[in-house]
Structure formats: C-alpha cells, structure tokens
Ligand binder design. Structure first.
Ligand SMILES: *[C@@H]1O[C@H](CO)[C@@H](O)[C@H](O)[C@H]1NC(C)=O
Ligand SMILES: *[C@@H]1O[C@H](CO)[C@@H](O)[C@H](O)[C@H]1NC(C)=O
Ligand SMILES: *[C@@H]1O[C@H](CO)[C@@H](O)[C@H](O)[C@H]1NC(C)=O
Ligand SMILES: *[C@@H]1O[C@H](CO)[C@@H](O)[C@H](O)[C@H]1NC(C)=O
Length: 242
C-alpha cells in the first residue's frame, strides 16, 4: 500500500524528526527460511510469561506502518566439544524503529519487556530466564522479489555491513503483539491456571546482564539471575517459576 501525501504527513506528525523517509516497504512480518519462528502471540505469551518453542530454529522481524517493531529469535548453538549438547536461546523484544536519513534502521526496544530464555541442558537442569534489552542498528536494508523463491524478501545488513540471513514476507499486515509496554511481571498472576501453590510471580530485576547479546557483538555475561524454569514433557512449552 502506498501512503498518500496527506496520510504520510499525518503519520509523520507523530514520529521523530529522524524518520523522514518512507518505511512502507518494510511493513509486514518477515521470517527466515524455515518460516516457523514468527513474531506474535504464537511465540511469546506475555500474560503467562511463556514461550512456545518453534519447530525449527529461525528468526523473525515485524515492522508496523506506525514505527513499531517486534522480533523473535530461536537459535540452537552448536557445542563443538560435545555435539550432543547444543544450547538453545530464545529471545523476544519489541519497541520502536526509525529509518535514519543515511538509510540505517535503528531499533530501540522497550527495555522492561524483552525476554530471553537460555537453556544448556547438559550443564544445568533449569533454563535461565531473564529480561532481554538490546538496541540494534542495521546499516541498510533492501526489499525485493526473490527471483528463486518468488517471494518478497528482506535483506538486513548489520551495523558492520554483514548481511543477516535472508528474511521472507510471511504476513502483511504484520502479526504482532500489542506495541505498547507489556511488562506483565509487575502485575499479579492472572488466575494462575498453570501455577501451583508454590509458584509466585514477581518482577524480573532490571539490572541483570543477559547471557548473549547480538549487537554490537555477541557477548557473554559473567553474571546472571537464576530462575527455576522447567520444560514440560515434550519441551514444547516452557514455563518459569521461582
Ligand atoms: C547512519 O546514521 C546513524 C544514526 O545517526 C549512525 O549511528 C550510523 O553510524 C550511520 N551509518 C553510517 C553507515 O554512516
Ligand atoms: C537497555 O539497554 C540500553 C542500551 O542498549 C541501556 O542504555 C539501558 O539502560 C537498558 N535498560 C535497562 C532497563 O536495562
Ligand atoms: C511470482 O509471484 C507473482 C505473485 O506474487 C505471480 O504473479 C507470478 O506469476 C509469479 N512468478 C512465477 C515465475 O511464478
Ligand atoms: C509462512 O507461514 C505462514 C503461517 O503459517 C504462512 O501464512 C505463510 O504463507 C508462510 N510463508 C511462506 C513463504 O511459506
């Protein structure tokens, strides 16, 4: 959809000065080739604080017409010293994005909303559930029709110019959770459908260090907060409690 000048001006009024260029080509939900990791409520449920593990590793970004983004990452990290012991990382965050005059995209998350689940089943019985908050900068991007798959494709280039894995349009308009601050951990647990008597929810600490950050480079934190997290039988749904 092309914005008319009038609606573009209207939209522009609510945006920051930096966002002077059209962003409509980015609008939609984009997913890597396996197309099973997607943004939206099928990945992260902020009310129950639970992730649903996708069938295959992958990443997904959504961009809305009014300047919001959401991202889902599900990565398996190979363990060369013991191939039977891969680690898994699930990350989710959302916030607002701007296109800079030089073509860069800047993604600024809502700090209290992002979540990360790190699992290393061979070393720890529990997974580690923390907040996740990392700003991202993409040097540039391009949207075009992929000639091989005949699908609309988005290439994002990291801050250092290296391309991210190709993303393909999965939904338009995008499939996203509410773009406002969610941070449900500050409120009482709703009903406690999955809770047992011992389970108590409360706010995650704000000043934690996450285990893995993607930008500017992957870094390992030397300190983290532990939360009792267990996987249900199949491992398909992950819950936390402490
Ligand atoms: C583009 O602008 C952003 C924000 O002003 C800046 O951080 C980034 O380094 C610039 N990118 C390039 C490639 O100059
Ligand atoms: C979120 O990350 C930004 C830098 O990326 C940092 O300045 C800010 O303090 C962090 N916020 C919280 C609540 O951790
Ligand atoms: C590619 O997809 C478009 C619709 O998205 C269709 O019109 C076109 O025929 C397709 N081309 C090929 C080669 O399949
Ligand atoms: C990706 O998955 C979504 C939801 O299952 C589906 O609607 C879409 O057509 C898929 N896209 C591709 C390129 O397979």
């Amino acid at each position: 959809m092309k914005l008319s000048i009038a609606s573009a001006l209207l939209l522009g009024a609510g945006l920051t000065a930096a966002q002077t260029l059209p962003i409509t080509d980015l609008v939609g939900t984009w997913s890597s080739k396996s197309n099973s990791t997607l943004t939206g409520s099928g990945f992260y449920n902020p009310v129950d604080e639970e992730f649903t593990e996708p069938k295959h590793p992958g990443i997904s970004y959504s961009f809305s017409e009014d300047g919001f983004f959401e991202e889902s990452y599900y990565r398996a990290v190979a363990n060369p010293s013991d191939p039977r012991c891969p680690k898994g990382i699930i990350q989710w965050q959302h916030g607002s994005f701007t296109k800079q005059p030089n073509g860069s995209l800047v993604l600024v998350p809502i700090a209290v909303d992002g979540r990360q689940l790190y699992s290393d089943p061979c070393n720890y019985d529990s997974s580690i559930y923390t907040r996740y908050n990392t700003s991202e900068m993409f040097e540039r991007y391009s949207v075009y029709q992929d000639p091989y798959h005949n699908i609309t494709r988005l290439d994002l280039y990291k801050f250092d110019g290296a391309p991210l894995m190709p993303l393909y349009l999965a939904f338009s308009p995008p499939q996203m959770l509410p773009t406002t601050t969610l941070n449900p951990l500050t409120t009482a647990a709703p009903g406690g459908a999955k809770a047992t008597a011992k389970v108590k929810r409360s706010e995650l600490p704000l000043n934690h260090n996450v285990m893995m950050k993607r930008t500017p480079e992957m870094q390992r934190a030397d300190r983290w907060w532990w939360f009792g997290v267990f996987m249900t039988g199949s491992g398909a749904v992950l819950y936390f409690f402490f």
